[in-house]
Design a binder for this molecule. Structure first.
Ligand code: NAD
Ligand code: DAU
Length: 350
């Protein structure tokens, strides 16, 4: 059996990747290493937790001794690294945490892989999951390709850019077999409701204000999370070592258009009079350093490896809204306690 390490598997995207790999590859033993921060939730993996080819390991990638010992014990042959602090607003309030997990944590994993694969790197792979935010911000023209120069603006994207540079440096300097992918904004089930789509679904449901940053004119390129997970599977198995692949769905929306679409779908689903949810829209102070536009060119992945998105956005958004409406208990559990405090601090005075 091949032993594969997935980090951050209890989070939003990680849980979809773990589920796909555990179900699709009974010949792999999948180890899910996660610290279970506020964003990590084992309930996300309830359906596969008893599978014989799955093991959860609670631990912190910032702890280098622990990471090295785990690699020595389990002799991982592949790594898919998703663990990260992932929310831009939190990185503005507390940048240091992002340096620890996203930079130091990634370097600890690279060191451990290098240490156990030194004499036999053949067939091994360290696959690092990154973001389109490392490329910076576009004006009304242009699109991010794999050769776009890095230009991060938030502490989050700076920490992800730094981790990408370390991954490439370990490939070029030490010959570590690595791969990187940079994906656009994901949406779907199990996303923590601090991010735009689940936050606004929850707020609309509870008739709470919808805090739109600035004028709502920023543009994001949205991809269904299960299509991202399929892309990760494709790249992990067929990607060329040392390469980078962009992942995205050619699906750009201004925030305000997306929010209006969500409001109209929610009015219909909650049987509210048309226009009711839209009245919750509240323009608030802009995010500091707010990137204007992201747009990803994923043609390399599509042409070389044959991946393409499976779902139209309108259909995916309906499915996503249905999931959150049907899983109110999940939302209630993750929005209690500490989250309430974060929410008040984050939006108070905006
Ligand atoms: P998330 O915040 O939902 O999940 C992150 C997971 O990492 C959580 O389970 C958390 O407990 C775990 N974690 C955090 N710090 C850890 C540590 N020190 N040690 C071990 N585990 C730790 O994030 P997500 O949205 O699922 O993003 C996953 C990855 O994909 C990240 O690397 C992110 O940068 C990248 N990404 C996200 C998006 C997106 O739209 N969400 C898009 C492109 C790339
Ligand atoms: O592009 C990929 C990135 O997408 C990932 O790397 C990040 O991990 C992920 O969090 C996401 O970053 P964004 O900052 O784009 O996502 P967020 O959901 O926080 O915000 C989406 C847009 O909505 C952004 O322009 C800010 C705006 N926004 C967000 C929130 C939370 C609001 O207007 N109001 C809000 O309350």
């Amino acid at each position: 059996m091949k032993t594969i390490l997935i980090t951050g598997g209890a989070g939003f995207i990680g849980s979809h990747v773990v589920r796909l790999m555990v179900n699709k590859y009974p010949e792999y033993h999948i180890f899910n290493l996660d610290k279970l921060t506020y964003a990590g939730n084992l309930v996300n993996l309830k359906d596969i937790e008893n599978m014989p080819n799955y093991t959860f390991v609670k631990g912190d990638i910032v702890d280098s001794d622990f990471v090295l010992k785990l690699f020595e014990e389990k002799k991982f042959e592949g790594v898919i690294h998703l663990a990260a602090e992932s929310h831009v607003d939190r990185s503005i309030s507390n940048p240091t945490e992002f340096v620890f997990t996203n930079v130091i944590g990634t370097v600890n994993l690279l060191n451990a892989a290098r240490s156990i694969w030194a004499n036999n790197p053949g067939g091994k792979l360290f696959y690092h999951i990154s973001t389109d935010e490392v490329y910076g911000s576009l004006g009304s023209e242009g699109i991010f390709t794999e050769s776009t120069a890095y230009d991060p603006h938030s502490p989050y994207s700076a920490s992800k850019a730094s981790s990408d540079h370390f991954v490439r440096a370990y490939h070029d300097t030490f010959g570590l077999p690595t791969l990187i992918s940079n994906c656009s904004n994901n949406y779907g089930s199990y996303q923590f409701p601090e991010k735009l789509i689940p936050l606004f679904i929850n707020n609309i449901k509870h008739n709470k204000p919808l805090p739109v940053y600035g004028k709502g004119e920023n543009i994001r390129d949205w991809l269904w999370v299960e299509d991202h997970a399929r892309a990760i599977d494709t790249i992990f198995h067929n990607g060329k070592t040392g390469q980078t692949y962009n992942i995205g769905g050619h699906n750009e929306w201004t925030n305000i258009d997306l929010i209006k679409l969500m409001c109209s779908i929610m009015d219909r689903k909650l049987k509210r009079e048309t226009g009711t949810s839209g009245k919750l829209i509240t323009y608030v102070k802009d995010r500091a350093g707010h990137d204007l536009r992201y747009a990803i060119d994923s043609s390399k992945l599509q042409l070389e490896l044959g991946w393409k998105p499976s779902l139209q956005f309108e259909e995916g958004l309906e499915k996503t809204i249905d999931w959150y409406l049907e899983n109110q208990e999940w939302l209630d559990n993750v929005t209690s306690g500490d989250y309430q405090k974060y929410y008040e601090e984050m939006y108070d005075g905006r």
